[in-house]
Ligand binder design. Structure first.
Ligand code: ATP
Ligand code: AMO
Length: 467
């Protein structure tokens, strides 16, 4: 009997069976009036379909002509017999062919699409080679890709990127669930800024001024005050920053966690260590096809990380930079360039591209950050880096209302806008800490992609609100 099968599931085991597949017509290769090839694609996989006109199996020359006259990216149903070709096929397609018996066009695409998918899927190296051989391929610009994202997303690399992203998110939930965290959903319509600073989207909430949440910060902490012990959230985060960089979005997916601390805020670092080593292992062991697919278009070296995540103090980081000749303000923040350089130095010295930098100067951290007990110029806080770029910020939090109010005022925040948050800490609040991860940054940096727009499904940056 015949049955529907996914393109990626077609292999030698199916030889001789009659199958039905639905896919996008990626390429047509007419050979003669009587013969043609049609390449069908589904997600990251393609299969070659062979049409040979013959009365024996009911394929007419009209059917061959019809099949090759269709527009690229039309949706086709193909019915046929699985066969093994005499010569091995290109490594990027399934290693079986379909001997077509029937072709149905389910929905046509317009004759010329704004993006040619084969061009969109090529690597830079392929373009450079083509330039030498004089082939005329078109480089698809980032803006064109984003303007027609529903086409662009069909490239195998993009299919792989968002599958990797889903795995990171899943593993985040799974790992934290196994450590007794519960998933929460905090409001995104809130009355004030949650991080301090001006980078909030303002709006009207039934006649009252309001903001889109800059982070779940205040609410994840209030959930700890609410007795949950350990919480996490996966959800959108809104930042009205006018940052036209390769790593800032105006809306991104935040992976947040917050937990009671028993003795030391390193308990939070230990969770991050276990979590990220588990994520990296999972990707390397279970997402081979995705990683190879991304690598084909955007080549990258596998991430170097240690089984036990390296922790360095901020002061050690500053010293390493100084020793390497970088002028640096010891109590200031690291700029992007210094972070990248430190990433290179740490890789050389410790053989890892994933590390935690802790004990930041208090002055460069948000108001809710706990000062160090031994020296209040520093704080119980950390950032985590992949390949020299920040993916996580975290800290122990101030859990007494007096100090919290004082710190808010010192940081120029109108304490009246967050009074219910501050008040929560006067009802009995355990010591706690947590961290926030940018999901798009994790995927971007794990795969060494050069732009966060590549890892955001429909990115929102200062210039882009559509599609
Ligand atoms: P966080 O907001 O959590 O601190 P982040 O990665 O968004 O993390 P920022 O603190 O906004 O980073 O900035 C960190 C560094 O990035 C800054 O010190 C600055 O050097 C650089 N940076 C931020 N925005 C821009 C920008 N628009 N253009 C160039 N560099 C920027
Ligand atoms: P922070 O502001 O550092 O910390 O944000 C946490 C993480 O989110 C990511 N990120 C971004 N990703 C894309 N575009 C942006 N504009 C952007 N800004 C930040 C980064 C960053 O490390 N409440 C704290 C976290 C905490 O302490 O729990 C916070 O929001 O990967």
């Amino acid at each position: 009997g015949r049955s529907w099968i996914g393109v990626g599931d077609l292999d030698e085991a199916a030889e001789g069976s009659s199958v039905l597949i639905r896919g996008s017509a990626q390429a047509f290769r007419p050979v003669s009036k009587k013969m043609a090839f049609v390449v069908l694609r589904q997600s990251m996989s393609t299969v070659q379909c062979v049409l040979v006109a013959s009365a024996d199996h009911g394929v007419s020359t009209q059917m061959v002509r019809f099949a090759t006259s269709l527009s690229k990216e039309s949706i086709l149903d193909v019915e046929g017999i699985v066969s093994i070709p005499k010569e091995p096929l290109k490594a990027t397609t399934q290693q079986v062919e379909i001997q077509v018996r029937k072709v149905y066009c389910i929905n046509r695409a317009i004759p010329v699409l704004p993006i040619n998918l084969e061009d969109a899927a090529r690597s830079e190296a392929e373009f450079e080679k083509a330039e030498q051989t004089g082939e005329k391929w078109v480089r698809v610009l980032q803006d064109t890709r984003l303007n027609y994202r529903s086409i662009d997303l069909r490239t195998p690399a993009n299919q792989a990127i968002f599958r990797i992203q889903f795995q990171v998110e899943n593993k985040f939930r799974e790992y934290l669930s196994s450590k007794d965290f519960i998933g929460i959903h905090s409001p995104k319509l809130i009355s004030g800024s949650s991080e301090g600073g001006a980078a909030v989207f303002k709006l009207q909430y039934n006649g009252q001024p309001a903001c889109l949440a800059q982070s779940p910060q205040l609410y994840k902490q209030m959930s700890i005050c609410g007795g949950f012990g350990r919480v996490f959230e996966v959800g959108p985060v809104f930042r009205a920053e006018n940052s036209n960089t390769h790593r800032h979005l105006c809306e991104f997916i935040g992976l947040d966690a917050e937990m009671e601390i028993k003795e030391h805020y390193f308990e939070v670092c230990d969770i991050i260590d276990g979590l990220f080593v588990a994520i990296f292992k999972h990707l390397n062991e279970n997402c081979q096809k995705e990683l190879e697919t991304i690598n084909r278009q955007y080549p990258f070296e596998p991430l170097k990380y240690l089984e036990k995540t390296l922790k360095l103090t901020y002061a050690e980081g500053i010293q390493m930079l100084k020793d390497a000749g970088t002028e640096i303000e010891p109590m200031g923040d690291l700029n992007t360039e210094a972070e990248k350089k430190l990433g290179r130095l740490v890789k050389e010295k410790y053989g890892t591209e994933f590390f935690i930098l802790y004990r930041y100067p208090l002055a460069v951290r948000p108001f809710y950050t706990m000062p160090c007990y031994d020296d209040p110029a520093y704080s119980n806080s950390f950032d985590v880096f992949i390949r020299g770029e920040e993916i996580i910020s975290g800290a122990q939090r101030v859990h007494t209302p007096e100090l919290l109010r004082k710190r808010a005022i010192e940081c120029g925040i109108d304490a009246s806008t967050i009074s219910s948050y501050i008040e929560s800490f006067s009802f009995g609040a355990p010591p706690h800490g947590g961290f926030g991860v940018g999901l798009e940054r994790v995927v971007m940096l794990f795969c060494a992609l050069n732009n966060i727009r590549k890892t955001s499904l429909f990115p929102r940056d200062p210039q882009r609100l559509t599609p």
